[in-house]
Design a protein around this ligand. Structure first.
Ligand code: SIN
Ligand code: CO
Length: 401
């Protein structure tokens, strides 16, 4: 993919001046000519798989009606002629050729990248003016979309009451651009924006993740609730008589806080490991994808590395690693593998690539520890054969309206 992703800006300048701070419009940032997607193919995908999908109809049964996929053919044939959009998240998992749109953004760490979302809109289709919690690069794939944004940090945050979508009631844009195929708009989090299709169009969003403290605490507690360090109980041997039984006395409050803090403190040494697992955890694999990858050449689990065979990641599987003091931790889909520091180049190769060619695999697997790792990944369906195009098997073709 040839491109001038950030226009005249260097990556450093972009990170210093725009990332998380202010928008950037780049004309002809990305070469999109080779992408040949039609709305029928996207609709088919939302019927045949569990790809996370939504249809937003501005003037539906209720204003800004949102329907959640998977869909049936009837959902598409009953749509109005215009003012609606279809949005599909995690599209790179289902259409692996779109992974190429993520590659140029890998000057940011992989764990920070959330997903690719594709949207198809009919004339005047949009999801309404809104803010997102995350950074996003909006790449125009086909047709024209008119983007309006409001750069005023004190924008009116009131939302329309009624729609389940969060739509700004009083959007007051101060910038507007028509994006043509190949143009890209970067938006930092919390910037009001509204993208309206001018005729039919398709847009790809590269979305980033930045977990909130609430999300981190919640997920961490979900995972460590059973941990031994959380089994320590409040104790109050030799307590003094309490005349007013309604009071929670300061001494009890102090001990309760100590019990709480002890549980947290004692589990902290495992926090790096937990974060690595949390940040690479996958969603439940889509049965349609599992089936599509279990072709006749591949009998699924309990297989070891086949010689002279190319492999790839099971679509959507996240790889990342951390450098600990004594060892490396490789995280694959929420599972941790401990490796020695001298395996760094191999770990970097596994995390850097999506496809693993036979000669490279043969070379790294001369090391028995790596062979064991690769066999485990194969048996856990994290590594699959690379010899077919699963999308031919899962994507149907349905009329889009
Ligand atoms: C869209 O592609 O329709 C909406 C993307 C966004 O506003 O975040
Ligand atoms: Co948005």
């Amino acid at each position: 993919m040839s491109q001038r992703l950030l226009g005249t800006l260097s990556i450093d300048d972009f990170l210093q001046q725009h990332w998380q701070q202010k928008p950037l419009l780049v004309r002809q940032a990305v070469d999109v000519e080779e992408i040949d997607l039609d709305p029928g193919e996207l609709a088919g995908l939302c019927c045949d798989t569990e790809a996370p999908s939504r249809i937003v109809i501005e003037k539906g049964e209720t204003p800004w009606q949102m329907k959640i996929g998977p869909f049936e053919e009837q959902d598409f044939t009953s749509l109005p002629a215009d003012h609606w959009s279809l949005l599909i998240n995690d599209i790179e998992t289902y259409l692996p050729e779109l992974q190429a749109f993520i590659e140029p953004f890998r000057f940011l760490p992989d764990w920070r990248i959330d997903d690719l979302m594709i949207s198809y809109a009919t004339d005047n289709g949009s999801v309404g003016p809104h803010v997102d919690d995350y950074d996003v690069f909006l790449i125009q794939l086909k047709g024209i979309r008119r983007w309006s944004i409001d750069e005023n940090p004190d924008f009116d945050k009131s939302l329309l009451t009624g729609p389940s979508l969060k739509i700004l009631q009083n959007f007051d844009p101060n910038q507007q651009w028509n994006l043509q195929p190949g143009d890209m708009l970067y938006l930092p989090p919390n910037m009001p924006h509204h993208g309206v299709a001018v005729g039919e169009c398709m847009t790809l969003s590269v979305g980033f993740r930045a977990p909130s403290s609430g999300e981190l605490v919640q997920s961490w507690l979900d995972d460590i609730g059973d941990n031994e360090s959380f089994k320590v109980r409040f104790k109050d041997a030799a307590r003094k008589v309490q005349n007013d039984s309604g009071e929670i006395i300061q001494q009890d409050l102090a001990e309760l806080k100590a019990v709480l803090m002890r549980g947290i403190t004692e589990s902290l040494p495992n926090l790096d490991s937990w974060l690595g697992k949390y940040l690479t955890e996958g969603k439940r694999p889509d049965p349609a994808l599992l089936e599509a990858y279990a072709n006749e050449n591949y009998e699924g689990a309990n297989q070891n590395l086949l010689p002279e065979t190319n492999y790839q990641r099971f679509p959507g599987t996240r790889f990342a690693y951390t450098k600990g003091e004594n060892e490396l931790s490789l995280f694959v889909g929420g599972v941790e593998f401990h490796l020695d520091h001298h395996h760094l180049a191999t770990v970097q190769y596994l995390c850097g690539e999506q496809e693993y060619l036979a000669p490279a695999l043969a070379s790294i697997c001369k090391d028995p520890a790596i062979l064991t790792l690769i066999n485990t990944l194969i048996n856990n369906n994290k590594f699959v054969l690379m010899e077919h195009d699963p999308c031919d098997q899962i994507s149907g073709d349905y009329p889009s309206s």
